[in-house]
Design a protein around this ligand. Structure first.
Ligand code: ADP
Ligand code: MG
Length: 492
């Protein structure tokens, strides 16, 4: 072999590429060492063999051969570059990126082709698994309940997932490229910019790695309590931050409710003690006062009337204190709810009958709208009657000059709802958050326990009670009770 040819042979071996030439019929006329290595054949096993029969997987064979045939007849221009699979002796399929050149004879007729191929199997697998893990990662981000935001070292948002859109009411397009500060109310916005700047210059970790509670600002201007944890990472030499946000509105409400019921429990214990201590002396004072009154009347002295009216008012006051302590006692001894299936409407009808003459006398028009079809909720009838009565009493007291009281029921998928609306004086904004607090009252002789009891009972039923009110127009209370208890059993 002449030196030049030897050198080019050597070069073909070193290149790490498959070199193969086929004649016009597809027979192998040359294959280099690397080609044999990858295919697992000795060169004599391939030379003179049909390339397509031997080295192309069956599923691709016809297609590739067709293209080759058309190439040879000059019907299609040679493909410069394409990828197709080959079949090795052991039956393994590998992917090769081919460069092709047509071989022509002196009269420029195609007589075969020369192809060089790079084994890209591993590379392809890598790209595929990267693509796979990328789409998996994307799916995780998109389905995460937590909001995930990445920002750069200038606070500019570079990615947000759909939970972020849901929490803040912005679309991703509205957020990307903007400063993350738009999602925070002042002064958190300014503090946040300081955090990043300080962290980058001093490494002082304020929030990084530590979760904390923050307040988020929605697009509609409302705020939302969030738990935020931040971590840092770098892409090339750029520092980036990921923030994971969890909407903790429900958690907060729950905490509030727990606090409220703990407070109520303490008050209950205290009330029981106080009531116990006060009630006995009260009844003996009351009894003695009555005796005293009788005694004075029998004496028939000059100012009998005056003295006895003083005693009467004293007895009146004692009665008031007695009933107050009774109410406290009742509150502290709220029995455990016994939930059974029942209809709101039965209870409403019962109460309406009970209050009929009082409503008439106070010029209050009563309307009851029964929802169709009928439905039942789980409730403790005695306690629920008390809840409704407390709310209706408040309504009556809010309409000293008469008005309209309307009660109607509704049903959602999981809840039965009863609404109680009055046309009374309403509740000023500054009081709305306090009306369920024990002892909150705006009445001279109020106890401030009616709604606290109502709320406690409704929560024990696994329900919710809400109030909306407009000063001068009236108030609506809405009670939701579950249609079914969690374990779906009647608790007797
Ligand atoms: P009380 O009736 O003894 O004051 P409640 O707990 O029943 O205690 O009610 C607390 C407060 O809520 C009332 O004092 C009143 O200011 C307000 N309130 C409750 N219901 C109504 C209503 N329907 N209309 C206006 N204010 C109401
Ligand atoms: Mg009341």
């Amino acid at each position: 072999m002449p030196l030049k040819e030897k050198l080019s042979q050597k070069f073909l071996e070193l290149a790490g590429l498959i070199f193969v030439t086929l004649d016009k019929t597809g027979q192998v006329t040359y294959i280099n060492q690397k080609g044999c290595e990858i295919l697992g054949y000795k060169d004599w096993e391939l030379l003179g063999q049909n390339w397509f029969e031997r080295c192309i997987p069956k599923a691709h064979r016809d297609n590739i051969r067709k293209v080759f045939d058309r190439l040879m007849t000059g019907d299609v221009p040679p493909f410069e570059y394409y990828e197709n699979p080959i079949l090795t002796k052991s039956g393994e399929v590998r992917f090769i990126a081919w460069h092709n050149a047509l071989l022509r004879d002196d009269s420029k007729e195609p007589v075969g082709c020369l192809s060089s191929g790079l084994d890209v199997t591993e590379q392809r697998q890598m790209v595929e698994s990267l693509r796979d893990s990328e789409s998996r990662l994307r799916a995780i981000l998109e389905t995460a309940v937590d909001g995930i935001i990445t920002i750069n070292d200038h606070g500019i948002m570079e990615s947000v997932n759909s939970a972020v859109e849901r929490i803040f009411g912005y679309s991703a397009e509205e957020l990307l490229g903007k400063n993350v500060g738009i999602l925070m109310p002042s002064p958190h916005r300014e503090e946040h910019e300081d955090y990043i700047a300080r962290y980058l210059s001093t490494g002082e970790k304020n929030i990084i790695g530590i979760g904390r509670e923050v307040v988020g600002l929605r697009k509609d201007g409302t705020t939302v309590p969030l738990h935020l944890s931040v971590s840092e990472f770098s892409v090339g030499d750029q520092v980036m931050f990921t923030g994971i946000l969890r909407d903790i509105t429900e958690q907060k409400t729950l905490q509030e409710q727990i606090l409220q019921s703990e407070r109520l429990a303490v008050i209950g214990k205290m009330a029981a003690k106080v009531a116990h201590e006060i009630r006995n002396p009260l009844s003996s004072i009351s009894l003695n006062a009555e005796l005293l009154e009788d005694e004075i009347r029998s004496l028939e002295c000059e100012n009998t009337e005056e003295i006895s009216s003083l005693i009467t008012s004293m007895i009146c006051e004692i009665d008031r204190v007695t009933s107050l302590t009774d109410e406290y006692l009742q509150f502290s001894r709220l029995p455990e709810s016994k939930l059974i299936k029942g209809s709101f409407n039965d209870v409403i009808v019962e109460i309406a009958e009970f209050l009929e003459s009082e409503l008439k006398q106070k010029k209050i028009r009563f309307e009851h709208e029964d929802s169709k079809p009928e439905f039942e909720v789980y409730m403790d009838r005695t306690q629920f009657r008390r809840v409704l009565l407390n709310i209706i009493r408040n309504a009556i007291e809010a309409m000293p000059d008469g008005g309209k009281l309307k009660i109607w029921t509704e049903k959602t998928e999981q809840h039965g709802i009863v609404n109680i609306r009055d046309s009374g004086h309403g509740i000023p904004d500054e009081n709305v958050d306090s009306i369920f607090d024990p002892f909150f009252t705006t009445k001279d002789f109020g106890t401030g326990l009616g709604l606290a009891i109502a709320q406690q009972v409704v929560h024990e039923h696994g329900g919710q009670i809400r109030c909306s009110s407009e000063v001068g127009r009236g108030t609506t209370f809405r009670i939701e009770l579950p249609l079914e208890t969690n374990n779906n059993e009647e608790i007797q």
